[in-house]
Design a protein around this ligand. Sequence first.
Ligand code: CP3
Length: 339
Amino acid sequence: MNDTFLKACRGQKTDYTPIWIMRQAGRYLPEYQKVRGNVTFLELCKTPELCVEVTLQPIDILKVDAAILFSDILIPLEAMGTPLEFHEGRGPVFPEPIKSQTDLDKLIIPDPEEHTGFVMETIKLLRKELKVPLIGFSGAPFTCATYLIEGGSSKVFWETKKMMYTAPDLFHNMMRKITDTTTLYLKAQAKAGAQALQIFDSWAGILAPRDFKTFALPYVKEIIRDLKDTGLPIIYFANNGATLLELSESSGADVLGLDWRINIGDAAQRVGDVALQGNLDPFSLLLPKNELKKRIAAILDDAKDVKGHIFNLGHGIHQFTPPEQAIAAVEYVHELSRK
Ligand code: CP3
């Protein structure tokens, strides 16, 4: 069992810097496309045997030090009772977005075993196969709320901010329901065998620090507090969150994920004893290999005083990335950090 990733999460010394890649299972891999060619994305997410197959692909191909469960942050939201569709080229769509208390009242707090048993089954199957630790995950309540309110992806988040500012009680009621759902969902993942848990706050960066503190952070804090008794390391990734770093640290997470917009050495100076994960710009994978290697060396050097560094990209790998560039990046991180 390669436990380098788990050691780094706990701030312990490791022989080399572990690496995994956000969205490491996905469309940039021809092997994924082959599986995906026969099923829709949601069918894939709900078929444990296929989820196992695509979760394992990047472990074998890239030689990363951790696996991440193949699923999606929107799966537990669908289980709350709101229809979810994925449209080719447009991404996720919730055709019945939440606009009122009446809409919200229709949503349930799902029993994770009963409504998302396929996720727990995938975790159990994966643990029999894996020789690296398995990361379970969810979205952070704020990020989940944006999808439910906007009815899908957004650029300006008009509906979300309109609800925050003009109907704050409704907004908080919704966060309450998503938070309760998320806590149960992550606890169930821990029970099924997940060895670390990452909370993705992909849209935290659209908030002013004051609003992050009021509308988003308390719910993340509560989830992390309620997960403490699982004993698992918790990674909190607030995308575009350089201005939220100290607040993010107060979430109580063991590891903070960093996007590429901040220097990891500067981030380390601003926080205490927390491990850091990141933070190569995903597009750096397009650099010629010698330049890519220099970038990786620079990040490893910037992170030399970090207590527990887990190498990753600053956000998900882009779908048009040549897989051999990702393979090379993993090799370079292992090679350079061993010296
Ligand atoms: O290796 C892994 O990380 C696989 C598991 C995973 C997926 N989505 C699979 C996926 C994880 C951890 C996610 C998280 C996720 N999903 C986030 C948070 C991370 C981030 O990127 O900020 C978000 C915001 C979502 C919601 C989501 N899912 C969107 C907006 C989209 C459409 C955009 C896109 O990339 O297509 C998805 C679809 C999705 N989720 C795909 C995959 C592999 C592509 C689906 C396909 O095969 O067509």
